[in-house]
Design a protein around this ligand. Structure first.
Ligand code: NAD
Length: 342
């Protein structure tokens, strides 16, 4: 689509949504609508040359306000967080079905040309993720369905709804299953942060406070892959432009154990910490990696930022945020990038 398209990003006050709005601006899009339930001053990135709307998308009429007059909808709004959040908030995670249902209906009613939905690797069958050897999950491994309780079931249902809106109502829908996205401008404290940001913060804390100790959730043997935010944004746009009708993996295939993730962050920080393992903490499945056969086949591309390179940028950003917070400069924690007109 040309940059004359009118695009709306929901969840734009959050991590990935903020990056997506930033990318559209960079590509010269002039008609961008950004929507989030959070007060505007809490958005991670906010741009004053964009139409910013604070709307609760659980409400049907707000979804209509968001969709009206727009060509393309990127539906990223969801109640979500790392394992600590989703294991303790299953009902809240499932209520995102209201956002997804109402946004699909609004897209159809207002004649949106294209609809993107951000699903998750949490849709995959738990039985296929019992080993620590990072099983590479193929798209077909979501069935028979045994998704992550709460959050994963809602994602699986909503991606299925995208399929049926496409088949029955002719709505152009595209669905990507994100695998653990990380990068600057993400949640790094407060309970919703995911492993890469949490580990960066803990390493910074240990280094600056001199405790030289880190707590790790689980045994540290769990395996995951982590996708850098730039790759996620590129993948979203390529998938939206593609003919890929079924949900597809969007993730890195560079699997590491949580212990290896800590090794990398320690080496970036120039420290070696004593590790304490909290075996009772939420830790999710034992092993998970992204099988990228399909995305390679369709797009001849897959997320390719190395974990080391992405973590260097993420660590540097969290380090700055951490120090700003220590100085009592609370505004900096959520302040947007230099390109923001704020
Ligand atoms: P995020 O929490 O930073 O952003 C989500 C945003 O949605 C938040 O700003 C939140 O305020 C907003 N939101 C929640 N409820 C809303 C409502 N009722 N109305 C309007 N806005 C509402 O999360 P993120 O990491 O940017 O995730 C974006 C999308 O990608 C989500 O759908 C998430 O499930 C999916 N996803 C993310 C990851 C990841 O690793 N970050 C992995 C898999 C899937």
């Amino acid at each position: 689509m040309a940059s004359t398209a009118r695009v709306v990003v929901t969840g734009a006050g959050g991590f990935i949504g903020g990056h997506l709005v930033s990318a559209f601006r960079g590509q010269g899009y002039k008609n961008i609508r950004a929507v989030d339930v959070k007060p505007l001053d809490e958005w991670y990135q906010r741009f004053d040359d964009v139409e910013n709307l604070k709307l609760d998308l659980n409400e049907k009429e707000n979804c209509e306000t968001a969709a009206k007059g727009m060509d393309e909808i990127y539906n990223l709004a969801a109640n979500m967080g790392g394992m600590g959040f989703i294991e303790a908030n299953k009902a809240l995670c499932m209520l995102s079905v209201l956002i997804n249902t109402h946004m699909l209906q609004a897209a159809q009613k207002h004649g949106a040309k294209r609809f993107f939905y951000s699903s998750s690797a949490c849709v995959y069958n738990g039985d296929k993720q019992k080993t620590f050897e990072a099983p590479s999950l193929k798209e077909e491994d979501a069935y028979p369905a045994m998704a992550e309780d709460g959050y994963g079931w809602e994602k699986l249902f909503s991606e299925r709804m995208c399929r049926h809106f496409r088949e029955d109502f002719g709505l152009y829908t595209r669905v990507a299953r994100f695998h653990n996205v990380y990068g600057p401008w993400g949640t790094w404290f407060g309970g919703r942060e995911k492993a890469p940001a949490a580990i960066c913060r803990k390493v910074i804390e240990a280094k600056l406070s001199g405790t030289n100790e880190i707590e790790i959730w689980g045994s540290g043997d769990q395996t995951r892959s982590f996708m850098y935010s730039d790759d996620c944004i590129k993948g979203i746009q390529m998938i939206m432009d593609s003919n890929i009708l079924e949900p597809i993996n969007l993730g890195s295939a560079e699997a590491v154990t949580i212990n290896q993730l800590v090794d990398i962050v320690e080496s970036i920080a120039g420290v070696k910490l004593k590790r304490r393992y909290d075996l009772s903490a939420p830790k999710g499945v034992n092993g998970r990696n992204s099988d990228n056969t399909l995305i390679q086949k369709y797009l001849r591309w897959e997320p390719d930022t190395t974990l080391r390179a992405g973590l260097e940028k993420t660590y540097a950003w969290i380090y700055d945020q951490y120090q700003a917070r220590e100085r009592g400069d609370a505004g900096v924690v959520r302040e947007s990038s230099a390109v923001s007109a704020r």
